[in-house]
Design a binder for this molecule. Sequence first.
Ligand code: NAG
Ligand code: NAG
Ligand code: NAG
Length: 575
Amino acid sequence: MTFPFFLFYIFLILLHAPPCPAAAPGGSWSLLLPSIGISAMHMQLLPTDRVVIYDRTDFGASNISLPYGKCRPNTTDCTAHSVEYDVASNSVRPLMVLTDVWCSSGTLMPDGSLVQTGGWNDGDHVVRVYKSCDGCDWQEIPSGLSQQRWYATNHLLPDGRQIIIGGRRSFSYEFYPKISATENAPSLPFLVQTNEPDIENNLYPFVFLNTDGNFFIYANDRAILFDYVRNQVIKTYPTIPGGDPRNYPSTGSAVLLPMRIVQGEVASVEVLICGGAPKEAYINANKGKFDGALDTCGRITISDPDPQWVMETMPLARVMGDMLLLPNGGVLIINGGATGVAGWELGRDPVLTPLIYNPDCPVGSRFEMQNPNTIPRMYHSTAVLLRDGRVLVGGSNPHDKYEFSDVLYPTELSLEAFLPAYLDPGSSGLRPKVISPKTRFKVQHGQRMNIWFKVSCPVDPNRVLVTMVAPPFNTHSFSMNQRLLILEGGNTTTAIAKSHYKVTVTVPTSGNIAPAGNYILFVVHQDIPSEVMDDNALRIKWAPESIKCFLELFGRDQYCGDGYLSDDYRSQSTL
Ligand SMILES: *[C@@H]1O[C@H](CO)[C@@H](O)[C@H](O)[C@H]1NC(C)=O
Ligand SMILES: *[C@@H]1O[C@H](CO)[C@@H](O)[C@H](O)[C@H]1NC(C)=O
Ligand SMILES: *[C@@H]1O[C@H](CO)[C@@H](O)[C@H](O)[C@H]1NC(C)=O
């Protein structure tokens, strides 16, 4: 090592934050668009690198017109209530939803389309499909659901379908697509037990697929492990200490913490729930008294035979926050308020400062304060991770209609990005740039794959992670189907030429660990995730190619098509 190079290396080490830093502020904000014409109440990143966004059709006229003078049938509303945001061009295109999508839910399907379910009024039994392409628009399936679904939670299943759980006055679950026209909606008494009359506190339940194939379902102050095939409660978890509610309208948020795969298994599957509101907060807020939000998080190993909650205290209390998994395994806690609850006019004191929770740091040094923004993101605000590591933030409308003046927290039509500190230019020397695979590719469960990447500074193989993130559907402070896996083999990184490295990782072996679908792949070096590639790259997509294809094969084989890497990747991997 030459002397100047040595100096350079030391310099970088000093510049780079240690893995478990003291709570120094970090990250930055940028305003992307002052108005997208609607208020971003629901968002989903699509494999086309566009984000489909919608609010509601019973809102009055939005600030963006439908194209070609179109109007919704049987209304005088000729404005859009859904748009597609194109990340690359930073622009929006208006879309048309026909029926009311207010407070609905959805999941990205294995074929790359968003399948959205329910809403209100004329929309409460409707399923809508959005396949992203240049001229695409929503398609509606009028009686796609057997029950009304309003404030429900969806999740992708290992068989390629999705489950839709609960919703206001819907104490049941169902699937989409249905295997037969007579497939019904089995009841789920847990949703009755956790429902407080006239308050609820159990809507948009927090739902995560455990690696044993059962669902962890959290509502209000407690959780069950649920076998949706046999309609059986497998396990009842202890109630969360303090007993305060965490679901709508006492809205907290939750994530399945990053799952590290070792010898094909995830040794411990953990859930983290943060924020919410005290028991009386909803009743008090309706009387004009705004109680302080919860400043606690509960962490529980859901796969443990004797699971217990471990409580932690956040540096800031928060209701209506969003929790997002970042590519390097950190948990971003963003948006929301410090007092009151979710619902029209019921929240106060915006919390403008995001936090990052580092799950592997010692208790007491897990929370890291971030730099604040200036735009309140209260009820009906959203946030999703983009493929380039930025976090798209939008929405906020605590009013019954669009209200732009003379109100607290006017309707927000703007879109901003939060850039976590890992995007700071100072880290560019540590940032991996993936050389191959360079376009979207398909893999099978259990497959080993090679990734070639470039880093300008020397790489420490023990500090390389390969992660894959399922892009979630976000609304009402919950990100449905959010999942991050740390693949086995990150430590096999070897140098193949100056600044060039190869790592061999294994794709998760089971659909319970990683349901077939779309993922974004990141190489993370010393906490810095790889930079985005030119061509919509780094997406793991398992067959089935389409739901139709899946249905044809249902019960026999979950794969459709060859399930191997694309020709593009195959030719590069023989380099
Ligand atoms: C939206 O339209 C309303 C009514 O025309 C106007 O008052 C408001 O300023 C617009 N808001 C934005 C953010 O464009
Ligand atoms: C519009 O109204 C007419 C008459 O009530 C009805 O037949 C038609 O189905 C409606 N169209 C839609 C799309 O709701
Ligand atoms: C990588 O880590 C695994 C699991 O800890 C270990 O078994 C394996 O030997 C390590 N491989 C290398 C190349 O260090």
